[in-house]
Design a protein around this ligand. Structure first.
Ligand SMILES: Cc1cc2nc3c(=O)[nH]c(=O)nc-3n(C[C@H](O)[C@H](O)[C@H](O)COP(=O)(O)OP(=O)(O)OC[C@H]3O[C@@H](n4cnc5c(N)ncnc54)[C@H](O)[C@@H]3O)c2cc1C
Length: 445
């Protein structure tokens, strides 16, 4: 094997592939390389707002759910920082987002197979050797690199999503929540700001701007097409849907049922957490007793168009009320789109596109174990399977499980066996359940 030939190369280093790197680190004999285009690890820097936390308990760190004895655990990070007692006394079950970022940077700094500032630009397959050749550009000096590997893991995250009504030309000038912190001062210099989207990020941006509205004197609107500002569900038996067992059950459903189920589960993976709703409500109530600038919360408002205002200052937005059927026009100096992310198939895989399984919409078709190549053993994807794998797909609490299964696929050995049962519920009655399967009927009949 050539010096620069790896068992696998992982492309993109967010928490998913970083966790994979940490679980791979102790495995002697496994040659791996992790390539990240940013100059250093950073986790959603535009949304590292003060006081925001992870939605998962600290055990959803980079390794613990696969290997609680790993030196890369959050608890070991605290110990190494001399802060274990502080953490113990503080009882901080949900880590601050800034703290999670610091912890990930600490883990990344210990990995000698992680190359930051390496942007992957192309991949080809060499039939003679059966290897993938990954090439790209070093950000720091503009130089190029080329590495070879038997297998690939693509974990490049998503790109900001804007509603269809936003003209393509304006998109580069629009503010998405992913870039919020860098734009905050400019937004707050205006007289009016409108936040669009009522997920966790929308609520965090609205809360942050509400806190500054009196000092800066802007009016603030929070608008969503959802019929209500709904709370993220976290009942214990509902959380059993974010387990490996449920992920496997979901994968085997037919596509139409999956779409219905996902729609029904929106409030599990897309709502606002309870503590933030409570803080927001208290702040709204406190402001009433002061001479604070107006703020409005509006539901059922689907954005239909967004364009520059005719006077060149700010934006003009058209909405349709989804229940009243009436249209409304609105003007704001600044707009923040907290409208989520979408997965974009990267151009760099064009050279190996024929080795990959695609559906009619041009999306990957991942196997149960996240392989997307025709042989189900060479090209794996992280976190692009909402439609195939369901709500377990983006959740940090399941990333360790996925990484442990991926490592078994990548190395042919199960280094981190999963527990056989992860939920009290049976998602389908088993043979020993006392429920005898009869003939199958069409779903919904
Ligand atoms: C603000 C925010 C908070 C969240 N909080 C939670 C939470 O509390 N709990 C939870 O379960 N989920 C949460 N999520 C959802 C999810 O866990 C995160 O989005 C997570 O970062 C996904 O990790 P990832 O590794 O898939 O991708 P990302 O974190 O997006 O990382 C992908 C990386 O790939 C790199 N990359 C892209 N293209 C290339 C290329 N060509 N070459 C090299 N590198 C490349 C990018 O620079 C990036 O660093 C949150 C999401 C957001 C946006």
């Amino acid at each position: 094997m050539n010096e620069s030939t790896y068992d696998f190369i992982a492309i993109g280093v967010g928490p998913c592939n970083l966790g994979l790197a940490c679980l791979t680190a102790p495995l002697s004999g496994v040659r791996s390389l992790f390539l990240e285009r940013k100059p250093a690890f950073s986790w959603h820097p535009g949304m590292l707002l003060d006081g925001t936390t992870l939605q998962n308990p600290f055990l959803a760190d980079l390794v613990s759910m696969a290997d609680p004895t790993s030196p890369f655990s959050y608890l070991n990070y605290c110990k190494r920082q001399g802060r274990l007692y502080t953490y113990y006394i503080r009882e901080n079950w949900y880590l601050d987002r800034q703290e999670f970022d610091r912890y990930c940077r600490w883990a990344a700094a210990q990995l000698d197979n992680l190359r930051c500032g390496h942007e992957v630009q192309g991949i080809r397959h060499e039939p003679a050797t059966g290897l993938y050749v990954v090439r790209g550009r070093r950000i720091e000096d503009g130089g190029t690199f080329e590495y070879r590997a038997r297998k690939l893991v693509i974990g490049i995250g998503g790109v900001p999503r804007f509603p269809d009504g936003c003209g393509a030309l304006d998109r580069e000038h629009l503010v998405h929540s992913s870039g919020y912190l860098a734009e905050r001062a400019r937004l707050q210099a205006g007289r009016s700001i409108t936040v669009i989207g009522s997920g966790q990020s929308g609520a965090e941006v609205y809360h942050d701007l509400l806190q500054g509205s009196e000092r800066h004197g802007y009016t603030l609107n929070w608008v969503t097409r959802a019929p209500r500002f709904f709370q993220m569900e976290d009942a214990k038996l509902t959380l059993e849907l974010i387990t490996p067992e449920y992920g496997d059950y979901f994968y085997d459903l037919d596509p139409a049922t999956k779409a219905e189920v996902l729609d029904d589960q929106r409030s599990i993976y897309n709502g606002i957490n309870q503590s933030l709703i409570e803080r927001l409500y208290a702040l709204l109530d406190e402001r009433r007793h002061r001479d604070a600038p107006p703020t409005r919360l509006l539901t059922c408002m689907a954005l239909e168009a967004c364009r520059r205002a005719p006077d060149g200052r700010g934006w003009e937005l058209d909405f349709r009320h989804t229940q009243l059927g009436r249209r409304y026009r609105h003007r704001a100096d600044g707009v923040v789109f907290a409208t989520g992310y979408r997965h974009q198939v990267p151009r760099f895989i064009d050279g190996i596109a024929e080795r990959i399984r695609w559906n009619a919409e041009g999306q990957y078709v991942p196997s149960k174990r996240w392989a997307v190549d025709h042989h189900n053993r060479e090209i794996f994807v992280q976190n692009v399977g909402l439609q195939s794998h369901g709500l377990t797909n983006p959740d940090l609490g399941l990333a360790c499980h996925r990484n442990s299964r991926l490592l078994a696929e990548l190395t042919g050995q199960d280094h981190y066996p999963s527990e056989p049962r992860t939920a009290f519920q049976d998602f389908a009655p088993g043979e020993d359940s006392g429920f005898v399967a009869l003939e199958r009927e069409a779903v919904g009949s």
